[in-house]
Every structure is written in C-alpha cells, then in structure tokens.
Design a protein around this ligand. Structure first.
Ligand code: CMC
Length: 429
C-alpha cells in the first residue's frame, strides 16, 4: 500500500488530507472514513463512485470487458471448468487438486436433499405464486430448519452453511417449478452431476425419467458458471449489508434473492423474454428500437446495457457462443428466437446503442438458451438466484472472516422539513 494522499479543499475550511488505498487491480480508492469528523459526508446515491468494501473474490474492469474470479478470466473458467470447480475457486480462493475437487463434489452431491418438512412448507403458497416469491420464502425458511451450525464467527459453521446452500438451492428451485405446475416433487439423484441433477428434478416425473441431453446440461452448467459471482452488485451488497448485523445466513440469502428479482438486475432475463414476446415478430423490431431511444418512453431494451460494462460483457461473449451452439444443435424452430437474433444484429449496429455502449448482456443470451431448452420463463430468475448463491455466500464468508467487519450503516443527505412543532389532532381541527 503506497503512502499516497488526496487533499480536499473546502471553502472556508483547512484542507483535509485523505489517504489513498491502492488495490491490486483497478481504480484506487480515497479513504473517506475520517471525513465525517470534519462535518461532511460523501453523497453517492446508486454507489456510482463508492467502494463499499474490500474484497479478494472478483475483479471487473467494465471499460476493458474483463471479469476475473480469484484472478482467473471468466472465459477460461467457463470453457475449462465446470460450475462446481468455479464454486470451489470462489469459496476457497485457489483451484482444487483432483482429490479436493472430488471431495467437494461428493459433499455437495450428498447434501442435495432438503428436510422433508420443507415440502409441507411449500403447500402454504398458492399454486399461481411466482416461483421467485416462493424461493424468497423457502430459502428464508431454511433458517428455521438448519440451526445447528449458525455461529458466524466459526469457520467450520460458515463452511457447512455454504455447502447447505450450494447443495440445496437446485432442489428448492426445482421444487418451486414443480409446485407451481402441480407436479410432484422429484428427489435429487446422486449419480448425476450438478446441472444434470437440476434438469432431472425439473423435468422428470414419477411416471417417466427425463433423459438429460449432454448439450442441454453443458449449456445449463455454463449458465450457472457465468452467473456465479459479479462482485458488489445490488444483490451481493444486500447479502453483505444484511449479514453485517450478524443475521442468520439463510435469511441474508433470502434478502439477496429479493434484491435480485428486480428487472434491472436478475429479473432482466425474464423481462427480456417477455419483451421478445411483446415484439412478437421481426417486422415489429424497428418500432421497439425507436421506443427504446425515445427519452419520454420508459421502455428499455431488456437484456441490453450494464452499469459496469461499458465495453462488452465478457460473460455475454461466452454465453453468445453457447447460445448459438444450443440453437444450432437443438434445431429449435421458434419465432421468438428469430426476433432475438435480429434484435441482437440491429442493436449491435445501431448508432444509438453503439454510441452508448449498450451491448447485449449475459441475461439476453441466457434467457434465449433457457427458452430454447424448455425452462419456463418464470423460472429464469430463480435459476440466476441458484447460480449466484455461491457468490453471495463467498462474499458473506469473506465479510465474516474479517475481524474488522462492522455493521453497514450508510448516511444520507436530508432534504425534508427542519424541526417543527407537532400540534395534537384536536388543536388542528
Ligand atoms: N435500452 C435503451 N436505453 C438504455 C438501456 C436499454 N436497455 N440501458 C441504458 N440506456 C440508456 C439510458 O437511457 C441512458 O441514456 P441517456 O444517457 O440518454 O440518459 C444511458 O443509456 C445510460 O444508461 P443508465 O441508465 O445511466 O445506466 P445504468 O448503469 O444506470 O443502468 C442497467 C444499467 C443495466 C440498469 C440498464 O442498462 C438497463 O435497465 N438495462 C436493461 C435491464 C437489464 O438488462 N439488466 C440486466 C443487467 S445484467 C444482469 C446483472 O448483472 O444484474
């Protein structure tokens, strides 16, 4: 850490010296922690220029289109490792040996069943509930089921919680789907890998086994990998903030799921497919492109643009390849997919989108793949949530491993009334 300083000059005040902290990559940060004592806070709604924590898990350079997990580029991970290996890297910081990988895989596989009582919990929901609504509820409810290892200051307890979440999320996600479609829950199978098992729990029925196509399971695994972590986005920051008070980890993950649900974040994949349905056919695209450009129209092209990537989303590069591979190999004839491909072509060449650097993001392509392999649209964000759980738990774990961690408590710029007198109701009449 170099001894650099930034000096803040405020009219009528003595200059304030603030330390600059250097990261191993990317922008350095001005440490404003002591600023409060000088009578000022910083103002940064939407965290456009604020680092909320120190982290060693994921690095993004949005201008260059770089995404590294523990130093490894996302395309190398997505093309050479499976999701569970990436989970290991995110959680432990290093690549596993073969033995470590096998052990990790076995532990995850052996803990995929959920407490039988959880099945009854599902029955409290209406069948027409959105699967994300059910997911928020049941993941939060895990806090009422697994309370034997909840000492957040205990490394082993935190590891057990990570395993529980990673193992049980696909089971719960598939149960959400089965519940909303009225089919019986399907138990996990230990002979299948992570992606295959998820597809089995989604699509098998007691009357008929589901034969998992290797193309589909490979694409599914890639979707999991490319959504595994993305540093301090809205949902991860939510998990950290909720966890900073020492709250139950399952409840914190439920908070992350709630944050992910919004269409500006993880809900974009579902919103994107709904938009494609609304567009309907290739001939209608120009009209929607014009609407997206119109400042007075709130319509946005869903699946395009990103807060951080102002070049190209590197996850989208990998996902685009997987998307074209799946569409070619499965030879699916669906007019929506034609709309998607034409929209991609137009947006990549249209001056408005090119100049604003609004490229298709990972959720544009993952939505198309999920649609092509028969996943219901309402399950798209649930799949994002189950893939992201490893990122959330790795960040939660990192935060609690740091003895200097303090409860998160932002400040505000107050613009409401100054103090005024309250008159009781009878005096106001
Ligand atoms: N369609 C049309 N115009 C857009 C779009 C879009 N999808 N996204 C941004 N713009 C315009 C925006 O109107 C603004 O224009 P101007 O400079 O004239 O005011 C400019 O581009 C800059 O956008 P911004 O709103 O300042 O960017 P932001 O960083 O606040 O928002 C975003 C990023 C992802 C919320 C936004 O691009 C968006 O709403 N995209 C669609 C939703 C989406 O696909 N979200 C998934 C992101 S990837 C998954 C994840 O990591 O969560």
């Amino acid at each position: 850490m170099a001894d650099k300083k930034a000096t803040l000059h405020i009219e009528g005040k003595a200059p304030i010296e603030l330390p600059i902290i250097e990261g191993s990559e990317g922008q350095d940060v001005i440490d404003v922690r002591k600023l409060g004592a000088s009578g000022f806070f910083t103002f940064d709604p939407g965290f456009l220029a604020t680092a909320s924590c120190e982290s060693q898990i994921t690095y993004i350079d949005g201008d260059k289109g770089i995404l590294l997990h523990r130093g490894f580029p996302i395309d190398q991970l997505a093309n050479n490792a499976d999701y569970l290996e990436v989970c290991y890297v995110l959680l432990y910081g290093e690549v596993p040996t073969r033995a470590e990988y096998e052990q990790f895989r076995t532990t995850v596989t052996r803990h995929t069943m959920v407490h039988e009582q959880i099945a009854s919990f599902f029955h409290g929901f209406r069948r027409d509930a959105h699967p994300m609504a059910i997911m928020c509820g049941v993941v939060g409810a895990l806090s009422a089921f697994y309370h034997d290892s909840l000492d957040i200051n205990n490394d082993l307890h935190r590891e057990i919680t990570a395993f529980r979440l990673l193992s049980k999320m696909p089971t719960l996600a598939a149960m959400c789907h089965k519940y909303t479609t009225g089919q019986p829950f399907i138990y996990p199978r230990n002979d299948l890998d992570y992606a295959e098992n998820f597809l089995h729990m989604m699509f098998a029925t007691p009357c008929e086994e589901y034969e998992v196509s290797p193309i589909v399971s490979r694409a599914m695994d890639k979707i999991f990998t490319l959504h595994a972590d993305h540093e301090q986005n809205a949902s991860t920051s939510t998990v950290r903030l909720a966890g900073s008070s020492g709250a139950n980890p399952f409840a914190c993950i439920a908070a992350g799921i709630a944050s992910l649900w919004g269409p500006a974040h993880g809900g974009a994949n579902e919103a994107c497919l709904k938009m494609l349905e609304e567009i309907g056919c290739v001939e209608n695209i120009p009209e929607f492109i014009e609407r997206a450009k119109d400042k007075d129209d709130p319509f946005h092209l869903m699946g395009f643009g990103h807060r951080v990537y102002k070049n190209y989303d590197p996850r989208a590069t990998v996902m685009r390849e997987a998307c074209h591979e799946v569409l070619d190999e499965l030879k699916i004839d669906n007019p929506l997919l034609d709309v998607a491909m034409e929209l991609e072509r137009i947006a990549l060449s249209d001056e408005y989108f090119v100049s604003k650097k609004l490229y298709p993001n990972v959720d544009f392509y993952s939505g198309i793949i999920l649609k092509a392999i028969g996943i219901p649209v309402s399950m798209f964000t649930v799949i994002f949530a189950m893939s992201r759980v490893i990122g959330w738990i790795a960040h939660w774990n990192e935060m609690h491993s740091d003895p200097t961690n303090r409860i998160g408590r932002p400040r505000q710029l107050y613009t409401g009334y100054s103090q005024r007198e309250f008159k009781p109701l009878h005096e106001r009449e």
